[in-house]
Design a protein around this ligand. Structure first.
Ligand SMILES: N[C@@H](CCC(=O)N[C@@H](CS)C(=O)NCC(=O)O)C(=O)O
Length: 204
């Protein structure tokens, strides 16, 4: 089977997919679109947004659904329906958190952007990060049921980009999330991906 991932030259929503493909030891084409190319590419793709994964030429969008599909192949999607539900909930919470940060970043009115940043740093980030830290404490060092799942790979995959956009260290004073990050980055297939992935502005 052939796998082609198309995303921007960032980690962000592309990285959880790259982590999962690497974890599965799947050889994939890592197609990176530069910002200048984007206006001409956007009208050619199904819903005008990236990432896209092409499997044997079949064009697939929506990063969460793609990750869930790959996670099932990797046995990282929960051992029963309830565990899968807990993983899905964790990932949707990460997506809500991401959207808060993105909403600040894409605000075009400078005054509103400054106000959004204050709220983001003083309220939203502590609100979410405290909860994420506590969930990892309650679940013995992982997001769900004390074992590695795609929720862990998803969170650590998007973390650098969120930190880059929020311009603060999200893991400061979050020792359990820091430990989770170390564990995920030490997974051999993830480690070798990190060693060979291209350097981009969000991880430089
Ligand atoms: N729900 C979609 C969201 C995709 C999304 O928002 N992609 C952004 C980049 S992270 C994008 O393509 N933005 C460019 C645009 O909308 O023109 C997913 O999870 O894949």
């Amino acid at each position: 089977m052939t796998y082609k991932l198309t995303y921007f030259n960032f980690t962000a929503l592309g990285e959880p997919i790259r982590f999962l493909l690497s974890y599965l030891d799947i050889d994939f084409e890592d197609n990176r679109i530069e910002v200048e190319q984007w206006p001409s590419v956007k009208p050619t793709i199904p819903y005008g947004k990236l990432p896209l994964l092409e499997i044997d030429g079949k064009v697939l969008n929506q990063s969460t659904a793609i990750c869930r599909y790959l996670a099932k192949k990797a046995n990282l999607a929960g051992s029963d329906d309830f565990e899968s539900l807990l993983i899905d909930i964790a990932v949707d919470n990460f997506q809500d958190f991401r959207l808060n940060i993105i909403s600040y970043w894409y605000e075009s009115n400078e005054e509103s952007k400054a106000a959004k940043y204050v709220k983001l740093v003083d309220e939203t980030i502590p609100y979410y990060m405290e909860r994420f830290e506590n969930i990892v404490v309650e679940n013995n060092g992982y997001f769900v049921n004390g074992k590695l799942s795609w929720a862990d790979l998803f969170f650590i995959g998007i973390l650098d980009y969120l930190k880059f956009r929020a311009e603060i260290d999200l893991l400061n004073d979050r020792p359990n999330l820091q430990a989770l990050r170390e564990k995920v980055l030490a997974v051999p297939k993830i480690k070798s991906w990190i060693e060979k992935r291209p350097s981009t502005v969000d991880i430089a």
